[in-house]
Design a protein around this ligand. Structure first.
Ligand SMILES: [Mg+2]
Length: 382
């Protein structure tokens, strides 16, 4: 591993676009068609470079000048990596840099931390996360359900075989019962559209309560939902009741939680068996933290499925964790393109992200566009 010191850090924001505007979730308004892709690029004295998603300040970046990547993010086979606190914001460019310096994809570096062997080419299951609450302008429940079913068909055309539907229309945007009935109609219409074998998840963004959750799960039992995400703010008592109820109803829907401002006791509750899938955000929580947590979750038999939304590059980066997490379920795929960033070798094939074996995260940055963005609203320290 190179010990070359960092000579410059450049930062800029790119903007990407979704193929279709994303509407509301249970608590927020329109998410829109654009995605923000803040990026940093690190350059070392030996000319090696790495880039990746990053939010930081010139002062924080300046502190890393003169240090080596390996010094900030220590990686060796058979040991979980250690990331210096001061380097946390630059974590993704650093992982990419370690990959570029060693000629290895990040997923191999991740696998090595646990001495896992990777079956190549790497293919990681993913789900289409784009089925938002896009139907609020429609007064007919049937038309609304068909609109979301059409969106699911668009996902099928992009080779997805797993779909997550935003629910919780009655939490804010519609009267409670009308919104809940519409959620149920949407779930049925999507199941009809995607066929019996596709995985369907629902995500209420904490817009249900326990009784509404039971109502929706009972009414969609024939849809065989795979997971229920953020039904209500995580609570061991309420989740315990829900698990008991599901057992009595012969319903087996996994309980997924942990994105955003997760309860600090979330992992304890997972250990108690009331949360089946942990979803810390790939960027907010970070890859290094995730490597530590995935090792714990594997030992407990709990699933890993990092949250990612609205920053495009999580589509590619999340899969690099999969080689170090035996219980990894899915990459969350928020379809988008960003001018200036190419992802050669990545593709969705039969519900899986194909991950290329090129060094780092395998992404390519357009140097001219990046230089322009650094000069216009970005910064450079050296
Ligand atoms: Mg969610």
């Amino acid at each position: 591993m190179s010990n070359s010191s960092i000579v410059s850090i450049e930062w800029a924001n790119f903007e990407g676009r979704r193929p279709r505007s994303a509407g509301c979730n249970a608590r927020l308004g329109e998410h829109g068609v654009t995605v923000q892709v803040p990026l940093a690029r690190i350059t070392c004295a030996d000319g090696s470079r790495g880039f990746g998603p990053c939010r930081t300040t010139p002062a924080a970046a300046q502190e890393l000048i003169g240090r080596s990547a390996h010094d900030l993010l220590s990686h060796e086979a058979g040991r979980l990596p250690v990331l210096e606190d001061a380097a946390r914001a630059l974590e993704f460019p650093l992982w990419d840099l370690l990959g570029q310096q060693s000629g290895q994809p990040v997923y191999q570096l991740a696998a090595a931390t646990r001495k896992h062997t990777v079956a190549e080419p790497l293919r990681v299951p993913c789900y289409d996360t784009s089925l938002y609450i896009d139907d609020l302008h429609l007064s007919s429940e049937q038309e609304a359900a068909q609109l979301i079913a059409d969106e699911a068909r668009q996902g099928l055309a992009r080779n997805h075989t797993a779909f997550k539907i935003k629910v919780g229309r009655g939490a804010r945007h519609m009267p409670i019962q009308e919104g809940t009935d519409r959620d149920i109609a949407v779930i049925h219409a999507v199941r009809e559209a995607v066929g019996p074998d596709a995985a369907i998840m629902i995500d209420a963004n904490n817009g249900y309560n326990l009784n509404l959750t039971k109502q929706v799960l009972a009414a969609t039992a024939d849809c065989h939902l795979f997971w229920l995400e953020e039904a209500f703010h995580e609570d061991a008592v309420l989740y315990g009741d829900l698990c008991e109820w599901m057992n009595n109803e012969d319903l087996y829907v996994l309980v997924a939680d942990g994105e955003g401002l997760a309860a600090p006791t979330l992992l304890d509750w997972a250990e108690q068996g009331v949360i089946d899938v942990v979803q810390y955000d790939i960027f907010g929580y970070g890859l290094t933290n995730w490597l530590h947590t995935a090792a714990k979750l594997d030992a407990l038999g709990i699933h890993t499925a990092p949250h990612h939304y609205g920053r495009h590059l999580g589509n590619y980066i999340s899969g690099h964790l999969a080689t170090a997490a035996d219980q990894f379920l899915f990459v969350e795929w928020d379809e988008a393109t960003t001018p200036g960033i190419a992802a050669p070798g990545y593709a969705i094939v039969d519900g899986h992200v194909m991950v290329p074996d090129s060094p780092g995260f395998g992404l390519a940055l357009d140097a001219e566009r990046f230089a322009h963005a650094v000069a216009n609203g970005g910064f450079r320290v050296n």
